[in-house]
Design a protein around this ligand. Sequence first.
Ligand code: NAD
Length: 324
Amino acid sequence: SKTPVGFIGLGNMGNPMAKNLMKHGYPLIVYDVFPDVCKEFKEAGEQVASSPADVAEKADRIITMLPSSMNSVEVYSGANGILKKVKKGSLLIDSSTIDPSVSKELAKEVEKMGAVFMDAPVSGDCSDKQIQSSAERRELCVVGEQVDSGVGAARSGNLTFMVGGVEDEFAAAQELLGCMGSNVVYCGAVGTGQSAKICNNMLLAISMIGTAEAMNLGIRSGLDPKLLAKILNMSSGRCWSSDTYNPVPGVMHGVPSSNNYQGGFGTTLMAKDLGLAQDSATSTKTPILLGSLAHQIYRMMCSKGYSKKDFSSVFQYLREEETF
Ligand code: NAD
């Protein structure tokens, strides 16, 4: 039988990811600061630990899925962190989207303890080389009636993992990540998984704002939104934001825009990822003009009541503005 796997952070993403490990027969040792979210796992017969250190004492493979850098540092290096009890030879995989420089720091500390660290952030796009059309791709993202970029793919086990770390350890990580994702991609040294994820989300933010602007301009110019979306999607402006996750209410079924922007990927999380892009751009001396603008737009939205809404609500935000 399989040895237990530790799972820390059972939120929107962690919960369905941990369930997919269970489906593949891995016993779990779970932990979350918010004890209520562990109840479900306890009822399913899994062990609930009292701290990340407790998880590390009971499992030698641990996956973390936490909101941001600060939380990963706390879970690894805090008073009751993983590093307090980690066993030699353990494999520690952080799937949170965090600052690559923080991943590198954590990797150093983990290495000192004789264990292995890998960063393995996820993307919810469900596309695959075999999938030709956007209709097919959309099909894979749909869970029930809802298209949900990250959460839907986490539920259906179709996540893409971008993995950074020592290549020799990749196969061991793949064994677990393959239970939760259909694409597990080795990116290079520690931190490169994060870098790939940050580039993807910066492009996604820009394309979402661009789609929202184009749709709004078209609507104000008298075009029917559904017709305009159809034209974009058969033309060169087509992108994931227009054909799979259109931000205009009523254009597509089962997307957050048709559900008052509930569910999906929160504006706060997008603002966080754009902040990470900003930091990476500074440290690598890279111009990211549109990325910076996207960061400002999503930060502004957070201060104007959009923080909990899906990031496609940038359309609604633009609708509220009228320029001279
Ligand atoms: P979430 O806020 O729903 O879940 C995070 C969980 O971590 C919560 O249950 C919280 O209680 C727990 N947590 C926080 N601090 C903790 C600590 N110190 N110890 C133990 N548990 C702690 O967030 P999410 O949507 O699951 O996202 C997790 C990560 O995945 C983020 O980095 C996010 O950017 C990334 N991500 C999210 C999506 C998405 O669509 N939601 C898609 C791709 C990537």
